[in-house]
Design a protein. Structure first.
Length: 112
């Protein structure tokens, strides 16, 4: 099953399965030559055989984001951490979480 098909270079996937059997995915979408990648999050529901629309977890300013990782707790909260590549030698770690289990985009803590 293809997860992405938006013309971007998709890389660094990570996934976790919740108690209901849904697959929570994070990855980096890297539009060719833009210098502005995005960490995306989506959920695949096997009962519906459907993937939610991807949510952009990254701040608005252009950066090169890498290696997202996701973890879930029993109540369904998702925790996502990723790396900011500044110049190949420096970087920072970023973090976000959703406030409500299995929440929509509006419920994610803004990464700033």
């Amino acid at each position: 099953m293809r997860i992405t098909d938006d013309g971007n270079r998709s890389r660094y996937p990570d996934a976790a399965i919740d108690a209901d059997g849904r697959l929570h995915l994070v990855w980096v979408d890297d539009p060719a030559g833009s210098g502005n990648s995005h960490v995306r999050y989506a959920v695949y529901d096997p009962e519906l055989a459907a993937l939610t629309l991807p949510v952009d977890l990254t701040p608005e300013h252009p950066r090169e984001w890498e290696r997202p990782a996701i973890a879930l707790e029993a109540s369904g909260h998702a925790f996502v951490v990723w790396e900011e590549n500044i110049n190949g030698l420096q970087g920072h770690l970023w973090f976000t979480t959703n406030w409500t289990p299995n929440a929509a985009a509006a419920a994610w803590l803004t990464a700033e």
